[in-house]
Design a protein around this ligand. Structure first.
Ligand code: ZN
Ligand code: ZN
Length: 337
């Protein structure tokens, strides 16, 4: 395949301003890297947090995007995991040092020297990207290019959040019913759990969407659920929801924040935490999470709801995500095959 010298990319020159369409050099893969022709790239809330300077240390200029589906078009000399033409997914976790105490004890998501796709290394809002083969996953043929993109972050982070929600989650609350929630709700229901979906008050469209996926109950986050929750996952970046969820839980429940950034959590009386309730966060993902989830998703099978946008309309996609206008997940379509 002919690989061009230049490519189109939506570039973030600085934080706090819209992305700009630019022609830039196609990157060259290093020894452990593959050059990926990007088919699709999901648009994630974290991209907004990077643009808005909630995350403070991006590479600049930066190509955002960490839910990449594409095909391998060139390989570095050490690449043996993939062949030319393989369709792969590139997630948020792009590199770890393998030597720090967290890597050594199997918590590479907490690595001291990580690199993140579309944040500290260039991502997928472009026609090509390079990625370290060791952090990429095969993508099941069950999924088309557009459907698969949201699995790579919304799905993976959703899955890690779900895992960390603990052993007991028969009645599982989900606060914020967007990209991550709509994927992991299907997994949870497939595994026999009941879903209680909480949306912005009055957002009957999202409540209807949650019910259509099999949620037992859906309502506004200001409404108490009909049953006590055994666990709750928070996917909206709203700290007060952590406390709202805690109020709705049964003894021994875990409340997990699945977000990378959240507004302050208000103080709350100790009695809400009493009886061994747990309050925790989730950071990044491990490769093991990725491998498990990418095998599980086609078994469910997860159906992702997507809203496609051309690469040039990345700013529009981000604006609509910010305004809560995206049902499911926004996906940039770059070279669908
Ligand atoms: Zn490490
Ligand atoms: Zn993400």
């Amino acid at each position: 395949m002919e690989i061009p010298q230049k490519m189109r990319a939506m570039l973030m020159e600085k934080q706090g301003q819209p992305l700009e369409l630019k022609r830039v050099d196609v990157p060259q893969p290093g020894p452990e890297q593959v050059l990926v022709k990007v088919h699709t790239c999901g648009v994630c809330r974290t991209d907004l947090h990077i643009m808005d300077s909630d995350l403070t240390e991006p590479k600049l200029p930066l190509i955002l995007g960490h839910e990449i589906v594409g095909s391998v078009v060139k390989k570095g000399q050490n690449v043996e995991k993939f062949e030319l033409g393989d369709r792969i997914g590139v997630p948020w976790l792009g590199y770890t040092d393998g030597t720090c105490k967290y890597c050594q004890r199997g918590q590479e998501n907490l690595c001291n020297h990580p690199k993140f796709t579309g944040y500290t290394i260039d991502g997928g809002y472009a026609e090509y990207t390079v990625a370290d083969q060791r952090y990429c996953f095969p993508v099941s043929d069950t999924f088309g290019d557009v459907e698969a993109a949201p699995l790579l972050c919304a799905g993976l982070i959703g899955y890690r959040t779900y895992r960390l929600a603990g052993e007991y989650k028969d009645r599982l609350g989900i606060y914020g019913f967007g990209a991550a929630a709509h994927i992991i709700a299907q997994v949870a229901i497939h595994q026999g759990h009941k879903i209680y979906a909480f949306t912005r008050p009055g957002d009957t469209k999202s409540q209807e969407f949650a019910r259509s996926l099999g949620a037992t109950w859906a309502g506004g986050s200001d409404t108490p659920p009909p049953d006590e929750l055994d666990a709750a996952m928070i996917f909206a970046p709203v700290g007060s929801l952590m406390v709202e969820a805690l109020k709705a839980t049964a003894k021994g429940a875990t409340v997990v924040s699945g977000g990378i950034h959240m507004s302050d959590i208000p103080s709350f009386p100790y009695r809400l935490l009493w009886e061994e309730r747990q309050f925790r966060s989730v950071a990044n993902l491990t490769r093991q999470d990725g491998e498990q989830f990418m095998q599980l998703a086609p078994q469910v099978p997860v159906k992702t709801q997507t809203q496609p946008f051309p690469l040039e309309q990345a700013n529009e996609a981000l604006d609509q995500l910010r305004d809560g206008e995206i049902e499911g997940a926004a996906v940039l379509v770059i070279s669908e095959e």
